[in-house]
Design a protein around this ligand. Structure first.
Ligand SMILES: Cc1cc2nc3c(=O)[nH]c(=O)nc-3n(C[C@H](O)[C@H](O)[C@H](O)COP(=O)(O)OP(=O)(O)OC[C@H]3O[C@@H](n4cnc5c(N)ncnc54)[C@H](O)[C@@H]3O)c2cc1C
Length: 450
């Protein structure tokens, strides 16, 4: 009987579907021991595996991933690995100046780590590109958010460039946006390609073994052995025993019995068009690749891509708070309709282009925007709750946790100070009603930015 229940990943992620088929690692079918066991093969889990292997080449490291690598949230996101503050809980992504400075340094360490992995594993160029991103505004209100953001960047001596409506049109080919704020430090990922390449790179010619389609259904205390507590992670067909476990499962850490009633599982949704024909690409104009976050945190992220999977457009919008960790079919349909309507409003010249993929995915937030991290029981460490910016923060907490669990002093993320614990939530029903009505209202207020 499974103790730890796994929620479904709604819809097929276009990012993975447009890639050539990859050889999937086999699932766990034996009962084995490992020096370190990592549960979860997203940004946090894979970063932890790479860092542990850097620290101790001889250590036997096992990683159990419930699905195929890149099938979960790590292969479902919009690929913005952002260096600057990106607090989803605020209107304009900003927090306090001090916190934002600290966060920027941490995010940059994570981007450096990802870049060095891409070089070491010779990832395809599209997997991670250091090209920056634009915060796009379609309304006066959005423009004001950009102005405030720019003032904040001035205070922290960050560089940026303001784009006017013509420059936005030159970039995107569309008339929709009146203003943009470009910042240079964001790395843009093809998330599924990056995660697959990272998994394959980490496990090639090393002591890291990745088992895919191997959900952990129970984690049991096996008692003391040679002065160390031993844990056994059970899957349907096998088990791994270890004295050192990293939980890199984001919000699903609650299902392991930790941080209960302190974490919010939020879903957001994306659609990707079919391949554009060269005629359609020409009709659209603009540059072949661009990446926009919305100036309003509740607006749409929009990307134009032109890599291995062809010329396509991606739209991400809509949010839902699902304490059950499952997104409903009804909400998925409504998100798909919202993507089509945002696409049609922006790309009238592409009126014959339909969406080929539509999907949703989980992210995890805490009320006080902190990680759910640290040693939660003897030998069990959590590297969870990335507060929406999991590409960068997940990478960072994976590295930090690998260093903590192995007792490494010299850190690749030198600016991290242990944070307070995630704050307790109100009762689930109350949270559900208040968070969802708040998000519906904010989405409505986002107007044309959505
Ligand atoms: C549509 C969408 C757009 C997004 N856009 C962005 C963006 O542009 N930039 C950004 O930074 N973030 C974005 N995010 C958020 C980002 O994807 C997540 O924050 C990030 O994936 C978290 O990384 P992680 O490694 O902590 O967790 P995950 O990526 O969730 O990885 C955890 C893994 O653990 C596995 N797992 C869970 N339970 C078990 C178990 N019992 N046994 C074995 N394995 C288990 C899961 O299958 C999963 O693969 C977006 C998310 C979505 C859904």
């Amino acid at each position: 009987m499974s103790k730890i229940k796994l929620p479904k990943n709604p819809g097929e992620t276009g990012w993975k579907e447009i890639l050539p088929k990859r050889k999937v690692n086999h699932s766990l079918v034996d009962n084995i021991n490992a020096d370190y066991l990592i549960i979860g093969g997203g940004f946090a889990g894979l970063a932890a595996a790479r860092r542990l292997n850097q620290i101790d080449k001889d250590a036997k490291i096992a990683l159990l991933e419930a699905c195929e690598v890149a099938e979960g949230p790590a292969g479902r996101n919009s690929g913005f690995m952002i260096d600057l503050p990106h607090n989803l809980a605020s209107d304009d992504y900003l927090g306090t100046l001090e916190k934002d400075l600290e966060q920027t340094l941490i995010n940059r360490s994570a981007i450096e780590f990802a870049k060095s992995a891409s070089e070491e594993y010779q990832m395809p160029e599209e997997a991670i590109q250091h090209v920056g991103k634009t915060n796009a505004a379609a309304t006066k209100k959005g423009m004001n958010f950009n102005t405030e953001y720019a003032k904040h960047l001035d205070k922290t001596s960050e560089s940026y460039k303001i784009l006017d409506s013509q420059e936005m049109k030159d970039l995107t080919g569309i008339d929709y946006y009146i203003n943009g704020l470009w910042t240079p430090g964001t790395a843009m990922l093809q998330p599924a390609l990056y995660i697959q390449s990272l998994a394959d790179g980490v496990s090639k010619n090393s002591n890291v073994t990745i088992y895919e389609n191997s959900p952990v259904i129970d984690l049991v205390d096996e008692g003391m052995h040679d002065g160390q507590k031993i844990w056994k992670a059970k899957t349907k067909l096998g088990s791994i025993s270890s004295s050192k476990i990293i939980l890199a499962v984001n919000g699903l850490v609650e299902r392991f019995g930790y941080f209960e009633n302190r974490l919010m599982t939020i879903f957001t949704y994306s659609s990707m068009t079919r391949k554009l024909t060269s005629e359609e690409s020409n009709k659209l104009g603009g540059t072949r690749e661009w990446s926009l976050t919305s100036a309003d945190a509740m607006g749409s992220s929009v990307r134009r891509i032109s890599g291995i999977g062809g010329d396509r457009v991606l739209i991400r919008n809509r949010w839902s708070y699902n304490p059950s960790m499952e997104a409903s079919d009804t909400f998925m349909r409504s998100a798909g309709e919202s993507h089509s309507s945002s696409f049609n409003a922006r790309f009238p010249m592409l009126d014959k282009v339909s969406m080929e993929y539509c999907w949703g995915g989980r992210l995890c937030l805490s009320l006080n925007s902190v990680f759910a991290q640290g040693e939660v029981e003897e030998g069990v460490y959590s590297a969870c709750c990335q507060n929406g910016l999991g590409t960068a923060k997940g990478t960072a907490i994976g590295v930090i946790t690998a260093e903590k669990i192995s007792g490494t002093i010299s850190s690749l993320v030198p600016n991290f100070v242990d944070e307070e614990a995630p704050k307790k939530l109100m009762p689930k029903a109350l949270m559900w009603a208040s968070v969802n009505s708040y998000m519906r209202w904010k989405e409505l207020m986002a107007g044309k930015e959505k």
